[in-house]
Design a protein around this ligand. Structure first.
Ligand code: S3P
Length: 425
């Protein structure tokens, strides 16, 4: 395990380019591998999670050629095929859940596994709809934790499926499995989650329509093989969140974030921070949203999980809440418990380590802010297998009074040069 010490930063005046969006990177690789012919992908994330997906599509028969700044993926004319090798998804929940759907339509047995963290994560949420499509999925115990075996078939059954708990990964697994289904696939969700799969399937020539209702969405897809095309991956908003918050919390903070993907389900954290009093500018560009943030005095607010679907940015927002004046309520945050670590417990531990008072009530918790990051206690934090907890601890130490992080190598799963960007301004 690697231990990283972050000192209190003297200033944070920086121009930050985040890695290519992780969700779009995984999907671009998978869609390119499914297509017949060559696709060029520019701006792919250089994190280990996306590297896992890149290796696995090659195990399934796609070719990947790396060039400076882009990769060329060629999907085999006759389609991907099963391999007896284990598909090692490492720490990546998106790799394993989307792939379980993708391999459902490739005849034969597929073996998927991952690291100690992934082996604790439930796969029943994707196994349930796939079984309804006639595809047998087997994992360990009642929640189907990895290793997982999928018995893929040429034509899974068409399905109309309501995703019971908002999850972009489950929605996407059903759509991927549906690409070779016997009939239409309809997926509904009560909370709109990131739309990357729908958007990208449409761009790859798949006939797919999407209708919003109340807070939810209904998606209908006609099965067809995706077409090869060129993909551009914009910057990752979830990674930008760490630097926007650093710009706001540091007493000498001023940050410019290069254009990021601006899907509404991904940038809810910006609205939350603006509501807390954050001095943030949003500048639309042809390649996504440029964001600027500077030192701000924040006040507490209430944050509901549906404002931050998938709750990826919540640990970083907990750090903002600790620096705010007043109380911040985090509501309906149960999904945090089944991420790369139990982020509910870890976020509470992080806030307490900084010296903030935290109360827990079921799936809600409240943080009483310390009024400024300068009041944070110097602390140490263990974040093995959880990149977002390690990065949240790092920005807290940098804006506050230092931190020692063990398990800091986890950051490489999504953002290999994160520490360098944080500490070199
Ligand atoms: C992702 C979905 C999210 C999120 C993850 C990426 C995706 O999980 O946590 O980082 O790319 O589909 P949910 O399935 O809980 O929405």
């Amino acid at each position: 395990m690697t231990t990283v010490r972050i000192q209190a930063g003297k200033r944070f005046v920086a121009s930050i380019r985040t890695p290519g969006d992780k969700s779009i990177s995984h999907r671009a690789l998978m869609l390119a591998a499914l297509a017949n012919g060559s696709s060029t992908i520019r701006g792919l994330s250089d994190g280990e999670d996306v590297g896992r997906t890149k290796t696995i599509i090659q195990q399934l028969g796609a070719s990947v050629v790396e060039h400076e700044g882009y990769v060329i993926v060629t999907g085999p004319e006759k389609g991907l095929r099963a391999t007896s090798e284990t598909l090692d998804c490492g720490n990546s929940g998106t790799t394993i859940r989307l792939l379980i759907g993708l391999v459902a339509g490739i005849p034969g047995l597929h073996h998927l596994d991952g690291d100690a963290s992934l082996r604790r994560r439930p796969m029943d949420r994707v196994a349930v709809p796939l079984e309804l499509m006639g595809v047998h999925v087997e994992g360990k115990g009642p929640t189907h934790t990895p290793p997982v075996t999928v018995a893929g078939i040429q034509h899974p059954r068409g399905i109309s499926y309501h995703v019971p708990k908002a999850s972009a990964q489950v929605k996407s697994a059903v759509l991927f499995a549906g690409l070779s289904a016997t009939g239409n696939v309809v997926v509904t969700e009560d909370v709109r989650t990131r739309a990357n799969t729908e958007e990208m399937l449409r761009q790859a020539g798949v006939s797919i329509s999407s209708t919003d209702y109340r807070d939810g969405r209904s998606i209908t897809m006609d099965p067809v093989r995706p077409k090869a095309r060129d993909w551009f991956v914009p910057g990752d908003p979830s990674q930008a969140a760490f630097f926007v918050i650093t710009g706001l919390l540091h007493q000498h903070g001023e940050v410019v974030i290069h254009p990021i993907y601006d899907g509404p389900e991904r940038i809810g954290f910006l609205s939350v921070l603006e509501r807390m009093g954050g001095d943030i500018s949003r500048i639309p560009t042809a390649h996504g949203l440029e964001v600027r943030a500077r030192t701000s005095a924040l006040t507490g607010t209430s944050i509901h999980a549906h404002e931050i679907p998938s709750v990826d940015e919540v640990p970083a927002l907990v750090v903002a809440a600790c620096a705010a004046t007043g109380t911040t309520r985090f509501i309906d945050m149960g999904e945090l418990r089944i991420k790369e670590s139990d982020r509910f417990a870890e976020s509470v531990a992080l806030a307490r380590a900084l010296g903030a008072h935290v109360d827990i009530d079921g799936d809600d918790f409240t943080v009483v802010g310390l009024g400024s990051a300068r009041s944070f206690t110097p602390f140490s934090f263990a974040a093995p297998h959880d990149h977002r907890m390690a990065m949240s601890a790092a920005i807290a130490g940098f804006c506050g009074n230092g931190v020692e992080i063990s398990g800091a190598e986890s950051v490489a799963t999504s953002f290999p040069n994160f520490f360098e960007l944080l500490t070199s301004s």
